[in-house]
Design a protein around this ligand. Structure first.
Ligand SMILES: [Fe+2]
Length: 278
């Protein structure tokens, strides 16, 4: 389905405190994903300095502030700036989350779950069209974590996600940790969830680690990837071959070697899945 897109391999989310170690280990990192929002409103010099990393890896912009589920249209200035950044980065694709972060005049600064309703579906589809009409590169939507069921849904998350991706012909950034975290907290079978979304639309995968806060598994991106998440990765790789797998680790960093070992393990999972197919 996405045959024309390049295969990037296994990468690491770029985090400024890890800049030196990331660069020093560039041969063990296939690509870098960065938070696009950090470079949308800064000085051109700062952005250009960051974009020099293109010499070392493909760069993939990942946004947190598009707010694709807001009832208003997507902020045009935000989209124009993002489009420029995507071009400057020479990115193969760009992504954001199936969520909302803004209501008029207020940025809630948090990936907030959508109601899985017909109205919300229409809103997201309209906004995705706006994104696609503004930025001429493939756009991916990522599944998020959420910690309670919203009342009044017309459909399940899986059905909502499937309908959005298919109606708008959009790729999936599948965060397997988010699937697992939700399955733990909300009490569903993560494999059934994976079976009921269009996995063939998966372009990229996110891996991350969460931590228990009291009896909730919280998506902190500050811990090793949990074993059930590695198993979910294997399950996905038996069904589809994504173009890229990325480790997100945002805080409580261990020795850098442990991050690299995570990348190696993901590469080994890909190789094992390919060996099974051939
Ligand atoms: Fe993610």
């Amino acid at each position: 389905m996405y045959d024309d897109l390049p295969t990037l391999g296994v990468g690491l989310g770029y985090r400024l405190p890890l800049h030196r170690q990331t660069l020093d280990n560039r041969d063990r990192i296939d690509f870098v994903e960065f938070i696009a929002d950090q470079y949308l409103y800064g000085t051109p010099e700062r952005t250009e300095r960051f974009l020099q990393l293109r010499e070392h890896w493909p760069l993939v912009p990942h946004g947190v502030g598009m707010s694709i589920g807001s009832a208003t249209e997507v902020d045009r200035d935000y989209l124009d700036r993002l489009g420029t950044l995507v071009e400057q980065a020479d990115a193969p694709w760009f992504s954001d989350h199936l969520s909302f972060t803004k209501v008029p005049d207020t940025d809630v600064e948090q990936l907030t779950p959508l109601w899985f309703t017909e109205e919300s579906f229409d809103t997201v589809c309209r906004n995705v069209e706006q994104v696609k009409n503004t930025i001429d590169k493939p756009f991916l939507l990522e599944n998020i974590t959420y910690y309670f069921h919203l009342p009044g849904n017309d459909m399940s998350e899986a059905e909502f996600t499937t309908r959005v991706l298919e109606e708008t012909d959009t790729g999936l950034l599948l965060d397997v940790n988010n699937v697992w975290v939700n399955s733990v907290n909300l009490g569903f079978d993560p494999y059934e969830f994976l079976d009921s979304i269009p996995l063939e639309r998966t372009v990229q995968i996110h891996l991350a680690g969460g931590e228990y806060v009291e009896d909730m598994m919280v998506d902190t991106h500050g811990a090793p990837v949990h074993e059930p998440v590695w198993k979910l990765l294997d399950y996905v790789l038996e069904r589809v071959q994504p173009k890229a797998i990325l480790l997100e680790w945002d805080q409580s960093w261990p020795d850098f070697e442990e991050l690299l070992a995570h990348l190696d393990r993901a590469r080994a999972a890909v190789a094992a899945s390919q060996a099974k197919v051939s």
